[in-house]
Design a protein around this ligand. Sequence first.
Ligand code: SF4
Length: 323
Amino acid sequence: MAKEVILSGMQPTGKLHLGNLEGALRYWVQLQNDYEMYCCIVDWHALTSDYDQTSDLVDRIIDIAIDYLSAGLDPERCAIFVQSQVKEHAELHLLFSMITPIPWLERVPSYKEKSVELKLDSYGFLGYPLLQAADILIYKANWVPVGKDQLPHIELTREVARRFNTLYGDVFPEPQGKLSQFSGILGTDNRKMSKSYNNEIGMGESDESTAKKISSMYTDPTKLRLGDPGHPDECPVYLLHIIYNPDHITINQRCCTGKLGCVECKRICAEYTNRALSPIRQKRAELEKDLPYVKKVLSSGADKARAKAQKTMEDVRRAMKLW
Ligand code: SF4
């Protein structure tokens, strides 16, 4: 039986952090065993906001590819590739732009928020959820792993697929979002972990730097000293324990009963975090010395993705009765 298809992607913002790893990559690594999987580095999307910062774009793409591979994505089981190396994404985006009403794009929440926050008013920025729809539908994906904030984009993709199918006949499935278990990793300042907030712990960060960042993390503000009972479920350090410390229940109990102080708790947390990340960091260091291999992975991934994308475009042109 043919496997269902998954498309996932990240923007090349540079080295990834624990939020990316635990909120997305680990989940992708599990999914690659059971699905036909396409893992894209969406460099055109990066241009929708950072169009004036292209000088290190290629380096950032390589960094993401290295992080994908060090986290365990296997080029034998999933196509790892760069969006701009499969030009069919752009052709499908163009055709979708002909059938998509502008208000559908204007009502996407992230457009409303970011256009004000980042003062972005370009045509490309308005259309980026549509480019995302093309990224997904060019592979006829059934599933897209996403965080909750991305669900409106999947809904738009479904609407576009439905509109296309109604106008020209059934070509596309209506994909659905797949939520990962840990999509809300918090940064050192208790906001969502993000490079733009400068609160991230990098996947490839050194043990010392990881320990230093964990030691500076926000904790339960009602627990001021050893002896005060804490509320671990409201503490971002405890979330790291849940992920990395197999005995996190003991931490929970000791925190709740005031038997554990935050300084010791963070030291233990850093130890477990560094231990869990050690194989990924080792792999990362090896791959950094073998860039020809990383580029080969991207090139063969693009070949595999392109073959599938070309077939979809044949279906699209036939359905639309184009030349
Ligand atoms: S003891 Fe640990 S879990 Fe409890 S509040 Fe302090 S850092 Fe958080």
